[in-house]
Design a protein around this ligand. Structure first.
Ligand SMILES: [Cu+2]
Length: 198
């Protein structure tokens, strides 16, 4: 797994697929415009899924600053450090949903990159892995498809909303001075190659 500001990426090295796990608590709950849910700040779009009754080995690193992967119920708390690979393991015997958090202060949204692990019976796990592999294969084939502008914009909006909007804001105005506005910036309007590269 890889820590990012501010999300986790889970890579199933032997099975050729990976995904990002983003906090899914609605912004309206955080800003007190809506009642807080049962798993406030401890819920994600894509949980890590592991089989029960088996030792599961984790390799941890990070892509920007030091994070730390912590699930109290597993007794696991391990730093994820750029340029290093740490390892740890767990064995979960009771199926269920387990929750944790990043536990190394890693910047503005440190409190917004929770960990959710779903431990499921092995058969269910194998089915899930097969599905994920199929989806990853489909995604690889999509790179050969001719996209319409509407399709691209829809995908772009989804990616922006989950990966970029927490700093750059939905309307691109950013949070200066730490996160300058994209809207109207030289990077967005003039340096197209540099923009795409980032
Ligand atoms: Cu972190």
């Amino acid at each position: 797994m890889t820590g990012y500001q501010w999300r986790w990426q889970y890579e199933y090295i032997d099975d050729d697929f990976s995904f990002f796990s983003n906090m899914s608590t609605p912004r309206d709950q955080i800003r007190n415009r809506q009642a807080k849910g049962e798993h406030y700040l401890l819920e994600v779009d894509n949980p890590l899924v592991i089989p029960v009754g088996k030792k599961v080995r984790f390799l941890l690193t990070a892509n920007d600053v030091i994070h730390s992967w912590w699930v109290p119920a597993f007794g696991v708390k391990k730093d994820a450090i750029p340029g290093f690979i740490n390892e740890t393991w767990t064995r979960v015997d009771v199926p269920g949903t387990y929750r944790g958090q990043c536990t190394e202060l890693c910047g503005k949204d440190h409190g917004f990159m929770p960990v959710v692990v779903k431990a499921v019976p092995e058969e269910e796990y194998n089915e899930w892995v097969a599905e994920q592999r199929e989806m990853a294969e489909m995604e690889r084939q999509l790179t050969e498809k001719d996209w319409t502008l509407d399709e691209l914009m829809e995908r772009g909006e989804r990616a922006y909303a989950t990966a970029c909007a927490s700093c750059h804001q939905a309307d691109g105005t950013g949070l200066p001075p730490a996160f300058p506005a994209l809207k109207g910036s030289q990077m967005a309007l003039e340096d197209m190659e540099g923009h795409i590269d980032i």
